[in-house]
Design a protein. Structure first.
Length: 159
């Protein structure tokens, strides 16, 4: 006699509105059954990192209206993107929640969300940057792999 059991796994899908995020979505759809998993879609927005250096300096003193408008635009775009992915997953039968947008450094936001939920697996994409770019820009996926308290799968888009 074979005993069968089903354990629901919490999967945190970390995205960034790029083609890499489509690869993460496809990896989830290819590998997991909607019946046994809860999915949370998260996008972290480090909006300050996208501002010119002069504007970042000004933020330390006084935030201008156009800076706040740009922040709101970026957060709204992230929210819409994540909700779009969640809709696609729900159409495939997955139980999905969203956490949008998380503000700040993406790696830290992903790790915090994974611990708070708690996630059993983090799916995160890799842009495949060179060693020099990783040194300058950092690598979100590398940081998540090194510091996560759960399993992490790094997804690379097919080239």
């Amino acid at each position: 006699m074979r005993l069968a059991f089903s354990m629901v796994m919490n999967i945190l899908m970390a995205v960034d509105s790029s083609e890499v995020s489509e690869a993460v979505l496809q990896a989830l759809l290819d590998q997991f059954s909607h019946r046994d998993h809860e999915v949370r879609v998260l996008q972290a927005v480090d909006w300050e990192a996208h501002l010119p250096m002069s504007t970042q300096f000004a933020l330390g003193h006084q935030a201008a209206g156009h800076v706040l408008a740009e922040r709101d635009r970026m957060l709204d775009e992230a929210r819409a993107y994540v909700e779009g992915l969640a809709t696609r997953l729900r159409a495939s039968g997955f139980s999905v929640s969203t956490e949008t947008p998380a503000e700040g450094a993406p790696a830290a936001a992903i790790l915090e969300a994974a611990e708070r939920w708690p996630a059993d697996l983090i799916l995160v994409g890799s842009h495949g940057r060179s060693a020099v770019n990783r040194l300058i820009l950092g690598s979100v996926s590398s940081h998540v792999v090194q510091h996560a308290e759960c399993s992490v799968e790094v997804v690379r888009p097919k080239r």
